[in-house]
Design a protein. Structure first.
Length: 443
């Protein structure tokens, strides 16, 4: 049964970072879904939760219809779960071979949101949602966060990396991808790697995420912490959004680095938009996502709303498209995720063949990387982002995954550099630098 949360508009605005710092100090289960530093659009949610012992409860939520309560709070997330789903279990459920990660990070983790603050960045208003008996105390806790003395963000300690692949080995795997494509076994393959840190000390993940979001701000960032494991993400890619009866996905394929020189930056943006390879790669994934959504949407309702749009972030330009459809009645969260996970942008096309090839090439688990995270509402709405540009922390250390889409036209040196572009921000937040070879031509 859905938990009933009361709502109240708070008297003052408090920065979400301050609120999360206060709440995470009191509980081992906390979340912060982040619209970005200095955001003036969108919503952020910061709160506490309890681990959901049975993930099937989330799977059984019906996505449509989506009801709206008759009160003045108009945030889309009114209560439910915040959490993640990893790549490996999704691949296994889709029929692909998969590996088990040696780190003790659950492939699925959902926190039942027991009390949280909702931040409306457009109107700069802060709401509290909690059980009626706890609401006044919770509001006071949030407002106390504004009185806490702001401490300077400490610099990260220098930490050494253990890369899964050398740049040379990764380049050779790119060529093996191209061989598979030339044989007709796939059209596109999202090849990934991992950079690991072995640590003796416990990470302060609030500070780690604070550094990540300042260096690589994103409208779909987040930090989820639970009993010694955590996900910190500066993801720019929305995987799935369900509102009313509509579902949308916004796959990203195509990346260029940013430049501090205005003319050079504009040239990189134009190069991305005009790249035959990047455009073809994006369109392949758009077609794949159209096919996936058609499994759970009404016939004829799936359409491409935006195609090949460049979005610019602090570190990269990205090529983004939007696919949407009208969900069939009684579609559940579980059936939607089964139809679409893992995301085509993190697997390739055709999806099952691509995942099978990638499993053999990558040689190990992806863990949470390539999965998704966000919220699922009691009312059937959801908003999930891709686990990319992310840090996964566990009791023995942390890891950062990175990768890129490979097509027949891919050039190994460019693809190796793209991995460096994507991984260096999360690694810097941990105090680690890219090993030689990954960053030599990144700039």
């Amino acid at each position: 049964m859905a938990q009933v949360l009361s709502t109240v508009l708070c008297d003052r605005w408090v920065d979400p970072s301050q609120v999360h710092h206060e709440l995470s100090a009191t509980s081992e289960h906390s979340f912060w879904l982040d619209a970005g530093p200095d955001a003036n659009l969108g919503w952020s949610w910061v709160g506490l939760g309890t681990p959901e012992p049975d993930a099937a409860v989330v799977d059984e939520i019906v996505c449509v219809p989506n009801s709206q309560a008759n009160d003045t709070y108009d945030g889309k997330f009114r209560g439910g779960w915040v959490g993640w789903m990893g790549y490996d279990d999704s691949a296994s459920r889709a029929g692909a071979p998969s590996a088990s990660d040696r780190f003790s990070v659950p492939q699925q983790l959902w926190l039942r949101a027991t009390q949280f603050f909702a931040f409306d960045h457009t109107r700069r208003r802060m709401w509290a949602l909690a059980p009626a008996d706890d609401l006044a105390t919770f509001v006071e806790m949030g407002e106390q966060a504004a009185l806490a003395t702001a401490m300077p963000l400490p610099p990260p300690l220098h930490r050494e990396l253990v890369p899964r692949h050398t740049p040379e080995l990764y380049a050779s795997l790119i060529e093996r991808c191209r061989d598979s494509i030339s044989r007709g076994d796939a059209y596109q393959l999202c090849l990934t790697t991992r950079f690991e840190l072995e640590l003796n000390e416990q990470l302060d993940m609030h500070d780690v995420y604070a550094r990540l979001r300042l260096a690589t701000p994103s409208h779909h960032g987040g930090l989820i912490m639970s009993a010694g494991v955590a996900l910190a993400s500066a993801s720019p890619e929305r995987f799935l959004e369900v509102s009313q009866s509509r579902v949308r996905t916004r796959p990203i394929k195509g990346t260029r680095p940013r430049s501090v020189d205005r003319e050079a930056d504009a040239a990189l943006r134009a190069e991305l938009l005009q790249s035959e390879k990047e455009r073809a790669e994006n369109v392949m994934i758009v077609d794949l996502m159209r096919n996936d959504l058609s499994k759970v949407c009404l016939p004829g309702s799936v359409a491409v709303e935006e195609l090949l749009v460049v979005e610019s972030y602090a570190a990269v330009h990205q090529l983004v498209s939007t696919v949407a459809g009208t969900l069939a009645p009684e579609t559940t969260v579980g059936s939607l995720l089964a139809a679409t996970s893992p995301a085509g942008s993190m697997s390739g096309a055709p999806k099952l063949s691509a995942m099978t090839i990638l499993h053999a090439l990558e040689g190990d688990a992806r863990g949470l990387f390539g999965g998704c995270f966000g919220w699922v509402g009691d009312d059937g709405g959801l908003d999930l982002a891709m686990v990319i540009r992310s840090i996964v922390a566990h009791p023995d250390g942390a890891y950062v995954g990175a990768g890129g889409g490979i097509t027949w036209h891919s050039k190994s040196a460019d693809e190796v550099a793209e991995v460096g572009i994507k991984a260096r921000g999360p690694l810097a937040a941990l105090g680690a630098a890219l090993p030689p070879g990954w960053c030599d031509i990144v700039g």
